[in-house]
Write a protein that binds this ligand. Structure first.
Ligand SMILES: [Zn+2]
Length: 138
């Protein structure tokens, strides 16, 4: 995989689906512009219980690489898993979602928390703030 554009947002999601997908307390996401993302070779789709999202896995190690959905694609983004980076130490979540399903003890360091999803009316402001102040590769 090759990333040539900065992320538009860094998120953590506490939903039960992400807990199952990661076998962890939450998932990490970098929202990347599709135009700045390349994959060499094929991916394998998995975790198909939610038809609106396509979860792409590495065919060799079966790790979760990124997620696409028609809604995200319409906005020009995909959700990349920063744990796939050689160095993910800079990928601090800026927002966290689905905290209503958060496991006890799970802490992400995110600046903003949402019980469900951030309201769409706030996307613009949050993305502007992340662009100005959010984490960047070192
Ligand atoms: Zn989730």
């Amino acid at each position: 995989m090759r990333i040539t554009a900065p992320p538009a947002m860094a998120m953590a999601c506490h939903c039960k689906g992400c807990q199952k997908l990661t076998s962890g307390a939450y998932s990490l996401t970098l929202m990347l512009p599709i135009a700045g993302f390349e994959v060499e070779g094929e991916t394998q789709l998995g975790a198909l219980h939610r038809a609106e999202s396509q979860h792409h896995y590495c065919t060799r190690c079966l790790s979760w690489l990124y997620t696409t959905s028609p809604g995200l694609e319409q906005m020009g983004f995909l959700n990349f898993r920063p744990t796939m980076l050689e160095d993910a130490s800079w990928a601090v979540p800026f927002i966290e979602s689905q905290t209503a399903e958060k496991l006890p003890g799970a802490a992400t360091g995110a600046r903003y928390s949402f019980k469900a999803w951030p309201p769409p009316s706030e996307y613009g402001r949050l993305m502007q703030e992340y662009a100005a102040e959010g984490a960047r590769p070192r």
